[in-house]
Design a binder for this molecule. Structure first.
Ligand SMILES: Cc1ncc(C[n+]2csc(CCOP(=O)(O)OP(=O)(O)O)c2C)c(N)n1
Ligand code: SF4
Length: 269
């Protein structure tokens, strides 16, 4: 395994994450993906909002922008339109991406703007103390749902597909090789790429729902997920599918915008 230390801003360590938090695994896999792709540090900009997951932008030695909760994709759109040559990666929490940022998520997918949204789905608002999110799920416990949550959850993959994302994938923090491979494919993809990663928050989701420690939560990911279209899924429909659901060629927003500029310039004579 190659060292990813060279991509880290060590001056910001120790990191803020609780022992066993899944977000560190995602950071590690993201850096391995960048390393394996042979990208230069200056080729990449990481844009994030606010949340435990969003702290990733502070820890990486790329161009980075730590913005407002839920607004990472809006800032990232501005960055991409002004510097289309950069690879834009947007690490987000499920709250950041799909509660306050839900509208930005839908429209970035619809536009098919070239960037990679990494959604760390720990089914909770970790940073602010374990409030339920749109991904918590019916009947689950959270700080703000001590008697059980009555909100139904989104399926991030289905939402991204319906909104028009041209690359959509899902994996977990247990499946690290698959995660590295997916992030590489997502970053290389020309268009809006969504990688949902089931990540563990042992401090809130795990503790409130009595799932156990970080290792037990990752074992849950192993036992309750299966490759897309597997025989196991046919036999047990409650299993969550992992893999690449969508990988389409589709007109990309920045390229289309360039064409409009060209037309407008011609019109001026
Ligand atoms: C406009 C605004 N509203 C609310 C907050 C408070 N806040 C900060 S992070 C967060 C939720 C974090 O949850 P998530 O995005 O799922 O990430 P996690 O911490 O679980 O990784 C909230 C509600 C804020 N910073 N700004
Ligand atoms: S509160 Fe949860 S999401 Fe935040 S660092 Fe701790 S384990 Fe991770």
């Amino acid at each position: 395994m190659t060292s990813v230390k060279k991509y880290i801003r060590e001056r910001f360590f120790p990191h803020i994450w609780c022992p066993g938090c899944g977000h560190g695994i995602v950071l590690n896999c993201m850096l391995r993906a960048v390393d394996q792709m042979g990208l230069e540090k200056n080729d990449i900009v990481v844009v994030s909002g606010i949340g435990c997951s969003s702290r990733i932008s502070g820890y990486v030695d790329f161009h980075s922008l730590h913005t407002l909760h839920g607004r990472a994709l809006a800032f990232a759109t501005g960055v991409k339109l002004s510097k289309p040559e950069l690879k834009v990666i947007v690490p987000m929490g499920d709250g950041d991406a799909l509660a306050i940022g839900g509208n930005h998520f839908i429209h970035a997918a619809r536009r098919n703007i070239d960037m990679t949204a990494i959604v760390m789905n720990n089914r909770i608002y970790g940073m602010t103390g374990g409030q339920y999110s749109p991904l918590t799920g019916y009947g689950k416990a959270a700080t703000t749902a001590p008697y059980g949550n009555i909100d139904h959850d989104f399926d991030i993959v289905e939402l991204a597909k319906a909104a028009g994302a041209s690359f959509v994938a899902r994996t977990t923090t247990y499946h690290v090789q698959q995660m590295i491979d997916m992030i590489k494919k997502a970053v290389a993809h020309e268009g809006f790429a969504v990688v949902e990663i089931l990540s563990q928050c042992p401090t809130y989701f795990g503790r409130k729902n009595k799932i156990g420690d970080a290792v037990e939560m990752m074992e849950w990911f192993k036992d309750n997920t299966t490759p897309i279209g597997s025989e196991a899924k046919r036999k047990n429909p409650s299993l969550i599918e992992r893999g690449i659901f969508v990988q389409d060629k589709k007109l990309e927003y920045c390229s289309e915008y360039d064409k409009i500029i060209e037309k407008a310039m011609k019109g001026r004579g």
